[in-house]
Design a protein around this ligand. Sequence first.
Ligand code: PHE
Ligand code: ZN
Length: 879
Amino acid sequence: MKDGLSAKSIYRKDYMVYPWDINQLDLYFDIGSESTIVRAEMKFHLKDEEKATQDIVLNGSDLQLVSLSLNGRVLRGDDYTIDGETLTIPGAPVKSVLKTEVKIHPASNSALEGLYLSGAFLLTQCEAQGFRKITWFPDRPDVMTTYRVTMEAARSEFPVLLSNGNEEASGDLPAGRHWVRWHDPFPKPTYLFALVAGDLALVEDHFETRSGRDVVLRIYVEVENLDRCGHAMESLINAMHWDEERFDLEYDLDIYHVVATNDFNMGAMENKSLNIFNSKYVLARPDTATDADYQGIEGVIGHEYFHNWTGNRVTCRDWFELTLKEGLTVFRDEEFSADMQSRAVKRIRVIRDLRSRQFPEDDGPMAHPIRPDHYVEINNFYTATVYQKGATIIRMYHTLLGESGFQKGMKLYFERHDGQAVTCDDFLAAMADANGVNLDRFGRWYSQSGTPQVHISDHYDAATQKYTLTLKQHTPATRDQKSKKALVIPFAVGLLTTNGEDLPLQLENETDATGGTRLLVMEEAQQEYVFINIPEAPVPSLFRDYSAPVKVFYDYSPMQLATLIAYDSDAYVRWDAAQRMAQGAILEQCQRLADGKDMRLDSSLLMAFRGILSDRLADPALLAEAMILPDEDYLAEQMEVVDVDGIHVARKFIKKGLANDLASLFAKRYTELNDGQHYQKTPGAMAHRALKNVCLSYLLDTDAGESLAVAQLESSDNMTDTLAAINGLILVDSPMAGAALSEFEIKWKEDALVMDKWFTMQAIKPGPDTVNRVKELMQHPAFSIQNPNKVRSLIGVFAMLNPTGFHAADDSGYEFHADRVIELDGLNPQIAARMASAFNRWKRYDDDRKKLMKAQLQRIAVVDGLSGDVSEIINNALR
Ligand code: PHE
Ligand code: ZN
């Protein structure tokens, strides 16, 4: 375990090329849960042949070294040095063959990195630096090698033995043992290595690539889950088609394997031809998984598949370049989902997620550019910034260059870099060169952290019929960077008549008017745009399709917002206008509460909701999104000093007011949508359920709600409707909630993924009592602190999605959570660090809460042997 106090930062500027090529790695595993023997043989070839000798430097962690030999000579203790995770063999000849043997202990590996045990099977997780827990090797992404992997094991316990690439040979051994050999023809970095051994069942299908090659697709799961693989398989086939059609990219091997595990630190992993998935992103049946789960599976299956080109064929030079593969691949999976489902709904969900998770991160103690300059523990940099903000940077290239320009850039990127480990600069250069444009200033997005603010003012001159938009950009200082530069900000605008029609747009220096949306590209701190021939004072429709990851400030009047909500042609702008109006209403009541005044419900919000509820033309899923009030954490971000209880009370007041004033409209819409149709998984059916359940959540704030929820629960044939009903009953504290929860528990107690939902529903219940229920639930047989999904769905949800529980004034939430961080750190530092980040926003609360949170942070900071993962988070938060 790393010592927190001495944990050192690693800097991007210190990158050095690895001096050796390693063309071939032969691995041999003698598989056992308690202990596994790993033999490795690697052929080193010095890059600089002028030199006679060179040190060989390898990485390893928690390895029991059995033997080491160089060029046939067994090395003794004084022939090499081991310092921390580094083994150095001085002065090796230009051509060297190194053989190692180590012993590792999968069953006692609770960090879920390296080789570990999940249920009855063994599997690996190597990104970012888990390979060093398997064997000694240069564990860095720029060392790419061809792997040949031989596994041997007892056949009864480990009938399935998988690794990357193609199966080359297999055979029986005495005493009920067998062996299998895999060969992956594509050179790859260590982080893409994978191995799976155990008793797994499989579902098989096929995909014929555009050029006519047959690819065998297999999903491996524990046998009881065989009936839950259909959606993942369908999503995989869709993803393979889509990548051929949209990106002109074809799969390159004859096998594609997906393995599902219940024990996984992240969502899934793109190991070459052997993806390993958190079972949450594979397993689904209508009665066990919600529509959001189905969409999550489609997105993550796509994501990992798309990595085969953006990540595996072209990988990262070092881990600072993580967004090279992640931002790009998230962009690709977003586009895949948008093409498969409703583009507008997908965009809104992506934007909501960016605002609620990435914006606070970018304003907090862990603020970092999408390409960080330094880190202590790379696992702490798998962040919303690197992934989600990274994807918006890729989307901006796409916005600036257009689909065909973007695809030209992608093509050049692959032509230049296939088989290489490269940097974000290489990606930018390919985009620029393919399009003959200069993107140097655009490149600032890679090095600058923080969320830019764009302040907009406007002026209409009736006499000249000119309308002027003035934009000022400003990025506030962040913890890691004091001064900021102007960024390239593409922004799309439209101008509406008061009747909601798009005006044709013509800028001052142009000869003709063009369509209703205009892409403006801001490059300076302040810019002015003058539109001519504007017959009336227009309503500005700003940042259509959310064309840049910025906060937009414009002083909309209620009338303007109402016009945008009712008529704008851009779904994002409609949604955003509704969110702004709701946010304004809630924050105003919060202020009135603080001033000791009565709260009141504003008529413009009522009017807007009435319009939304009467809209029979728009996609029901969009209407649903528009009526979901901004969540408490998002509202908290808008306040100078967070008023935890005020926000909760004010939000509830507004919701209840809308529900009761518009009860008959909500009921009408609900009844229409609750049409007794059987479950279907089409986007249309999902959209219906989304709107129906938003209506139900409002109706639960009226007298009619409880019986509707109970009836929905009784007749439900799918998890989306079931959860909406139970969640609703819990949130309004209905006496029916208890029975619903226990029935659910009895039905699903053996089902890990469904029980995650059961834990979440209870952990999310607002109020200071919930911490006690969470403590009780930790004793439930279905809970395990060793299992990341359980930790996230109970402890993580409590700390991150239940503000009035976590921030209870009596310290109970903080103390409980700090105890969990400490407990988890001894088991799984990566998960502990994620949990620790719940304290990151502590400075934004009132003095009492600040003091309490600070004390808990300090208590964690002095824990003996604290991991580098947690200490980096905690020390940053305290600094
Ligand atoms: N590379 C994985 C993905 O984004 C995420 C991951 C990171 C998984 C680290 C495991 C460990 O697809
Ligand atoms: Zn990824």
